[in-house]
Design a protein. Sequence first.
Length: 261
Amino acid sequence: MHVHTTVSDGQLAPDAVPAAAADAGLSAVAITDHDRINPALSAPVRDREGVTVINGIELRVETPGVDCDRVDLLGYAVDPTDRLRDLCADIQRDRVERAERIVDCVEDHLGVTLDIDLGPGVGRPHVARAIDDSDAETTYGEAFETLIGDDGPCYVSRSIPEFDTGREVLSEACSVVGLAHPFRYDDPAAALSLTDRLDAVEGVYPYAEDPETTPLTEAIERNDLLVTGGSDAHGETVGGTGLDRPGYDAVRAALPRSVDG
């Protein structure tokens, strides 16, 4: 219930997700592209090819006054509002302008020309792939490590909404709004403190190392949170990590009925 497609920085086309989910033995999948309403999804929840496809979104927000600086929110069962459309349009304009500046810097720094589509949905992973495919002899991982990572010479920050704005806009458009991957932030406890204003938290996630989950358990109990989970897949394979049937049923009960086709 946390999958990215070519609408943002994934490698799987939206129409290919149901088949990929079925191949992985999944009964449901949520498409949660970054800061963008997926144009291929026309209903909050839809049954396709024997798989329930949940229209979702992942929105990055600033957290002023909270030590984690920025967090990602996951919205499930998106029924777009004008406010969400406008917010995403603003973010995408900023994303494109930021990517243009990063690409200019990388090309000057490496003396190469990058083959990249600087359109809506573009992000640093696209730039890193273009660097990897160029004549620069710099791999995808090295691009982040030496050039476009947060401390790199070609890093450019982007403008994002504040937490309360993002949460409010998502709550108007989505049935469930939760905190994504709480243990990926520098201060997980600070990030989890925000869940008193959310419906859910991502409790199942493929972290590189097993985190100490007591703060998560306490936040779930304290704030009566739904527990979501997913693989955060950006490639062509989904289903590596996710909810079991009881966990999914609890989340599914909070979502609207699905339509066919």
